[in-house]
Ligand binder design. Structure first.
Ligand code: CMP
Length: 138
């Protein structure tokens, strides 16, 4: 079993997509083992996105992810990292396949509804930003 960190970004929360996203994961057979709504601090946003700190869109990325409430969750299942990323669709929603979350609900690269960890290392690192060990169901 694998855990991955998923964020419903401020645009996803604002559009009322949290339930739909959780429904898709659960319907697929993935399990939600931690869940919270929060407003991310600028400091934590910079830690989350540190690998992008040299990119020209870094400021925009931090401003956006801190602009409103987000929903963070740990999703568990067989190959959960890959399965979640496939269900999310490509980072650029213009290219995301219909039936994927971004392919159905997003058009903007900066405001693309959802984030999911891209590797086992990222999943472990990112999960620690949002959850204490005792907030994750065993
Ligand atoms: P995410 O999966 O959260 O990881 C990094 C984010 O950077 C990505 O989703 C996009 O929302 C954002 N991003 C990537 N490329 C660009 C870009 N060219 N302009 C603005 N935002 C971008």
């Amino acid at each position: 079993m694998e855990n991955t960190l998923v964020l419903v970004k401020p645009d996803g929360v604002k559009k009322g997509l949290t339930g739909e996203i959780i429904r898709r994961f659960e319907q697929r057979g993935l399990q939600i083992v931690a869940l919270k709504m929060l407003r991310l601090s600028e400091e934590k946003a910079k830690i989350h996105y540190e690998e992008h700190k040299e990119k020209p869109f870094f400021g925009e990325l931090v401003d956006f992810i801190t602009s409103g409430p987000i929903v963070a969750m740990v999703v568990r299942g067989e190959k959960a990292i890959k399965v979640v990323r496939t269900m999310m669709g490509t980072t650029n929603p213009v290219e995301a396949a219909p039936g994927t979350i971004r392919g159905d609900f997003a058009l903007s690269m900066a405001q693309n509804i959802i984030h999911g960890s891209d590797s086992e290392l990222s999943a472990i690192r990112e999960t620690k930003i949002y959850f204490q060990d005792d907030e994750i169901q065993g």
